[in-house]
Design a protein around this ligand. Structure first.
Ligand SMILES: [Cu+2]
Length: 61
């Protein structure tokens, strides 16, 4: 794994976030993450605004 600042999404395509591909990994969180917990998440698109969503905390497979 390596950290990147943004995920490229070519026009008229879809990018799926998944454990063995692009994904969001939370590091140095202010509070302990509990598997199964739901967190609010804001996803910012460079040309598409912000989408608010919920994510579920999972451990690595
Ligand atoms: Cu990762």
């Amino acid at each position: 794994m390596r950290s990147i600042k943004s995920i490229p999404i070519p026009a008229r395509t879809t990018v799926e976030l998944k454990a063995d591909g692009y994904h969001v990994m939370l590091l140095q969180t202010r509070q302990k993450l509990v598997e199964g917990a739901q967190l609010a998440c804001s996803v910012t698109f460079q040309n598409g605004g912000v989408v608010e969503t919920e994510v579920q905390v999972r451990s690595l497979p």
